[in-house]
Each structure stands twice: as structure tokens, then as C-alpha cells.
Design a protein around this ligand. Structure first.
Ligand SMILES: Cc1ncc(COP(=O)(O)O)c(C=O)c1O
Length: 392
């Protein structure tokens, strides 16, 4: 009665996530935190790098009580300059500070981009399995979310994109390294998709944009560089944050970087800046911008995540569960031999918490996060073995 039809529907659809979360709390109270193996949360648990503490100390030492006021909606100049240098290096082309906007995380960034580019009823495509919040974000701005099936190994399937792209398609969100699959899209597969978009753009008044959602870019387990989409396509927005690479998820700091050669650049920047304001973010937190500017080239100990991932994959292999080895990110998305909800229920009987794959658009899979210590992962093996015996 009290909520809108849409929010009511969202609450119903996500009630199983809430139930699982509540069940986790109940089990932890009953059996103790260390007895419950919780693989559900992608909350970066590694310490923030020492440079974050140093930045805070410097801030206190030179404290100026006048720094807390409003600022331009696009963010601090020094932050935008530091991010522009980082993005230019990572993307392999020069992106000036004027093309950067400080945002409340990648989540805030995706929302301001969608607000800026979407007309009512336009489609936004994204590979499936997907980050479930994309549905909410697209609908926030009157768009139509359209998942596009990937291949069995979660790589991009251009033909599936081709089937769904029409004159009403305004954007594609690509997330690589991917949540929940850990897949990194190859340069060749992005190139193929870009060729398709260029072809489709010829018949359209407005281009189809790529929103490259990259918060896991630097959580990578192999030495190869995550391909730059900006190098391949001028209608690209890169959206990222410091939630994962600096473990600052609670500080809500990220950015949008706009391709320097995008058509109508000035108006797009005006739109993004206005959207930051009118969506109620106003500007990204000032203290977070100051801190990040100091440690923009630091990152958490990725080798710890890598070790955890290797152990988790070894266990999956040993108990005979199929999976695609993640190349980066904080998750693995194995295929399970029975219905994913039933499998998660059996895991729960062993005090192991995992998320059913259907929540990310693919049944018969589960998502496991590596935001837990190695001893917790070690304990998983026996429990998984018992579950697998039951289902065989
Ligand atoms: C794929 C993906 N995009 C965006 C976000 C939002 O991140 P942020 O904390 O930077 O808003 C997340 C967070 O988990 C994510 O997994």
C-alpha cells in the first residue's frame, strides 16, 4: 500500500536475497562467525593500502576547516587531473581532466550516464550473466534492460547482440573483469562488437554508446592488460571506482571518463554534470576525492585475492564441479549439477552460504565471492564433497 507498484515488485523479486542474508545472520548467531562459511558478499575485505592512512594523516596535519563546502558538481580539479592521468595510461589514449567527473562510486557513475543519454523506452543491452543492479539502474531512467546471452564460457556472443539491437537501442553496458563470472572480454571480441555497432550506427540518428563498467580492472590474475574499449570506439564512457582497488567501497568514490572524440562532447559533459546534481549526488564526497588523489597509483594486495581464487578453483576441481577459471574480479561462477536454489540449500545445511546463479541470469550456477580468508576457503572442501555425494 505504502510503496509504488515498481518498488513493490523490486522488493518481491529481491526478497530471496534478503532471506538469504537474514539466514546468514541467524546461522552466524547460532554457530559463530567462524563456523559459517559466507561466500555471498563481494565486500572487499583486504586492508586499504598504507597510502590511504598517509593521506588521512596529511589531511589532519594540514587541516583547513574551510574545505567542507559545496564544490563544482564535476568534482575537484586536482582529483579530476589525477584521474585523467590514470585513465589515459590505462586506456591508451589521452583523456583530459575536463572529460572526467567525480561520482559516488561506479554505481553513481552508471546512473549519471544513463540519465544523460537515455530517452524513454530506449533499450540498454548487457551480457548475461550480469550485475543485477543494471536492471534497477536502467529502469531508474525509463530505459528497458535487455540481457544478452553470452557463450557457455561467458565470452561475448556478437550474434546474440545482433539479434537484439534495433533502432531503439541506445547503449551497451560491458563489465570486464566481470561480476559474477570473472571473465575478461578479449580485444578481438570487443572489436567484433564495435564493428557491429558502427554498422548499426549508420542507420541511426544517434549512436549506440558503450558504457564500460570497470571497477575490477586492476583486480586481475594474469599479466595481460584488460583491453581498452576507448581505443576501439569513440562512443565510450568508462565508469570505474576505487571501491575494489583501494578497498574504499564505503567511501563512495568513483568517476566517469568520456572519450575525447565523442560527438557533442560539450553537451554530453553538461548533461553528466547536471545529472550528478539532479540525481541528488550533487558531487562526490570531498574527503574521498582528497584521499584518492594522494594514492591514485596504489592498490590493495591483489596477490592475496589471487591466492584465494587459486585455492577456491583447486577445491572446485578436486570435488568435480565445472567452472570457467576467472581472469579477474572477486567471484567465480561454477556450474552445479542440480537446480541452483536446491544446491544452495544443501550448502546451507553445511553452513556454507552461496548465491544462486538465477539471480544473475543463469540457472544451475552459483556465485562464490573470494572476500573471505584462506582458512575459510580451506574448510569448504569437505563440505562441498558431502554436498556432491548427496547430489550424485
Ligand atoms: C559490476 C559492478 N559494477 C558496479 C558496481 C558498483 O560499485 P561501486 O561501489 O563503485 O559503486 C559493482 C559493485 O559491486 C559491480 O560489481
Amino acid at each position: 500500500m505504502g510503496v509504488s507498484e515498481r518498488i513493490g515488485r523490486y522488493i518481491e523479486n529481491s526478497s530471496w536475497i534478503r532471506r538469504m542474508f537474514e539466514e546468514g545472520i541467524r546461522l552466524k548467531k547460532l554457530y559463530g562467525n567462524n563456523e559459517v562459511l559466507d561466500f555471498t558478499l563481494g565486500n572487499p575485505d583486504l586492508e586499504a593500502p598504507i597510502e590511504v592512512k598517509e593521506a588521512l594523516e596529511e589531511l589532519i596535519k594540514n587541516y583547513d576547516p574551510k574545505i567542507h563546502g559545496y564544490m563544482p558538481n564535476a568534482g575537484r580539479e586536482d582529483f579530476r587531473t589525477a584521474v585523467a592521468e590514470k585513465v589515459s595510461r590505462e586506456q591508451g589514449l589521452k583523456v583530459p581532466p575536463e572529460n572526467i567527473i567525480a561520482t559516488c562510486g561506479a554505481a553513481g557513475g552508471i546512473n549519471i550516464v544513463l540519465k544523460t543519454i537515455l530517452d524513454e523506452g530506449e533499450k540498454v543491452l548487457f551480457p548475461s550473466p550480469y550485475f543485477v543492479e543494471y536492471f534497477f539502474y536502467v529502469e531508474n531512467h525509463s530505459g528497458i534492460p535487455c540481457p544478452v546471452e553470452t557463450n557457455e564460457d561467458f565470452t561475448l556472443n556478437t550474434e546474440n547482440f545482433e539479434k537484439l539491437i534495433d533502432s531503439n537501442t541506445r547503449a551497451i553496458i560491458l563489465n570486464s573483469p566481470n561480476n559474477p563470472t570473472g571473465q575478461v572480454y578479449s580485444k578481438e571480441s570487443i572489436q567484433q562488437l564495435v564493428e557491429l555497432l558502427k554498422l548499426k550506427n549508420k542507420d541511426n540518428k544517434r549512436p549506440i554508446y558503450i558504457i564500460s563498467d570497470e571497477p575490477y580492472r586492476n583486480i586481475i590474475f594474469e599479466n595481460e592488460r584488460v583491453p581498452s574499449i576507448m581505443e576501439l570506439y569513440e562512443y565510450t564512457f568508462v565508469v570505474s571506482s576505487f571501491s575494489k582497488e583501494l578497498s574504499l567501497a564505503g567511501e563512495r568514490i568513483g568517476y566517469v571518463a568520456v572519450h575525447p572524440e565523442i560527438d557533442d562532447l560539450d553537451r554530453i559533459m553538461d548533461g553528466l554534470i547536471l545529472s550528478n546534481r539532479i540525481l541528488g549526488f550533487v558531487n562526490a564526497p570531498n574527503l574521498s576525492q582528497i584521499i584518492v588523489k594522494h594514492c591514485i597509483n596504489s592498490k590493495v594486495k591483489v596477490e592475496v585475492y589471487k591466492k584465494r581464487m587459486e585455492l577456491l578453483c583447486k577445491i572446485l576441481e578436486e570435488v568435480g564441479i565445472e567452472f570457467v577459471k576467472p581472469k579477474g574480479g572477486l567471484f567465480v561462477f561454477p556450474r552445479v549439477p542440480i537446480d541452483d536454489i536446491e544446491f544452495c540449500n544443501l550448502l546451507r545445511e553445511e553452513l556454507v552460504l552461496a548465491v544462486p546463479g538465477r539471480g544473475f541470469g543463469r540457472k544451475n550456477h552459483i556465485r562464490l565471492a573470494i572476500c573471505v580468508d584462506l582458512p575459510i576457503i580451506e574448510k569448504l572442501k569437505n563440505k562441498l564433497e558431502r554436498v556432491m555425494k548427496k547430489v550424485r
